[in-house]
Design a protein. Structure first.
Length: 464
């Protein structure tokens, strides 16, 4: 059995290589638009703005290198989920939320289209998303979820029993599943590298190794100088708490992943998975997985969910107990992989708003904008957020009026701040302990009802 590499950013970087460094900011500078953060949100925003208005002077500032954060560490799920849709239905009406969901459905195809147009080979395979249930309570939630998704306009979603589920992927004990075509597997780092190259080719300036310490109207402050611009866009997702005055804006939630060694043909014959669907489950502490282009299984879930004081890691290293827990999830799904080698493990942070709602905002009085709070659904949502920021800036500068995107219900949504410490740390750890305990009880119980502790945790957390 091979030894496991722990950290080193992610397996995706080990596979595709760390990019050549770009120069830091050389001193004070000016721009038309300054984007803080070189992940998917920042790069997509630069891409669409520059495409729409080629004469714009756009500068991207990145603390480490493009894709260092969640964009280079995620599970490679390009899918149509968006955080907060049900809440937006409550606030703005069902039809408004249906428009948001349709925009997300279309976004999956948009990312695939742009990747092809820009010749970005990111191992994209549109096999859809399969979410499985393997307890009675999970099956109840699965069926309820399927009904809700259809009500939000997803008429092409399919509901499967045990036999139909096994025809796609033979998950041990699976009693049902739901599948949507609006999803694809991809290699996160290949996408972010290709996107950064496409942005530079358009004439956008990217400065790496340039941490922004403070954002204020028309100013992005760094140790090397200040960039002045009419529009300053914060695209920092899980790293937002490191900025001045943003400690309680979005909680940096940790998520961890492992990737197996390449599996032999006989293992795939036993598992199936010929369709390369992205795979999830209906557990409270849910997992997410993909079959990689080089025939490994990459699987993730929550490890230690949150570090005190909204701290973030430096190199993606994760706890040995988390690696063991993810291996246990893997072998619960596929018992025949009990002895498989785990080649790499890593962690990253994602942004979680207090009400679990992703948002896009442009403050027209200050020129400050931001997007994020994707709660783990950012691979596709970043693209929709970027196109929305483009439209908001064009509207504000008088180049266009309102568009279908600027009138979506997540635009300019206000979220209250997280509780101060130690309540933030205690609350998150208590809630996830409750979710894990609920999952354990549901595995051994025969009830079709969701564990009461998990239902209570959902209400307390505001999770949708």
């Amino acid at each position: 059995m091979t030894s496991t590499i722990n950290g080193g950013i992610s397996y995706w970087y080990a596979d595709d290589g760390i990019p050549a460094p770009r120069e830091p900011l050389p001193g004070d500078a000016s721009a038309d638009v300054c984007i803080v953060g070189g992940g998917y949100t920042g790069l997509w925003t630069a891409y669409y703005l520059k495409k729409a208005v080629p004469f714009l002077n756009i500068t991207v500032l990145e603390a480490k290198f493009c894709g260092y954060g969640a964009s280079g560490r995620n599970g490679g799920w390009l899918y149509n989920g968006i955080a907060g849709r049900d809440r937006y239905a409550q606030l703005h009406g069902h039809d408004s939320a249906v428009r948001l969901q349709q925009a997300m459905n279309d976004t999956v195809a948009e990312v695939i289209r742009i990747a092809a147009e820009e010749h970005i080979d990111a191992d994209i395979h549109q096999g859809g998303v399969l979410e499985v249930a393997y307890t009675p309570a999970q099956l109840t939630r699965l069926k309820n979820s399927h009904t809700v998704e259809i009500a939000f306009g997803e008429k092409d979603r399919e509901l499967y029993g045990a036999r139909e589920t096994a025809h796609r992927i033979r998950v041990a004990g699976a009693v049902g599943s739901t599948w949507t075509p609006h999803g694809a597997r991809l290699h996160p780092v290949k996408l972010v590298k290709g996107l950064a190259a496409a942005v530079e080719a358009l004439g956008v300036t990217i400065h790496e190794s340039t941490p922004v310490t403070e954002i204020k109207p028309k100013h992005a402050v760094t140790p090397y100088g200040t960039v002045r611009a009419p529009y300053i866009l914060r695209c920092t997702e899980g790293f937002t708490a490191s900025l001045a005055h943003q400690r309680r804006t979005w909680l940096p939630m940790n998520s961890s992943m492992i990737v197996t060694e390449p599996l032999p043909t006989d293992a795939w014959d036993a598992i199936g998975w010929e369709g390369r669907e992205t795979l999830g489950d209906m557990a409270h502490a849910y997992m997410y997985a993909q079959r990689t282009a080089d025939n490994r299984i990459a699987i993730g879930g929550r490890g230690v969910p949150y570090r005190y004081g909204s701290r973030t890691d430096n190199d993606g290293r994760t706890q040995p107990a988390t690696i063991d827990a993810l291996r246990s999830v893997l072998t619960r799904l596929f018992p025949q992989l009990a002895g498989v080698g785990i080649d790499h493990a890593w962690s990253g942070v994602l942004g979680v708003p207090r009400d679990w709602c992703a948002t896009v905002t442009l403050d027209r009085s200050t020129g400050l904008g931001w997007a994020g709070g994707y709660v783990g659904s950012g691979v596709a949502t970043t693209n929709l957020a970027a196109r929305t920021l483009r439209d908001l800036i064009q509207q504000d500068s008088g180049q266009s009026g309102p568009t279908d995107l600027t009138t979506l219900p997540w635009v300019n949504h206000k979220v209250r701040k997280w509780e101060p410490e130690p309540f933030r740390w205690l609350g998150v750890h208590t809630l996830y302990a409750a979710y894990r305990a609920a999952d354990r009880r549901e595995l051994t119980a025969h009830s079709a009802e969701t564990d009461r502790m998990a239902a209570l945790a959902d209400k307390i957390s505001g999770r949708h």
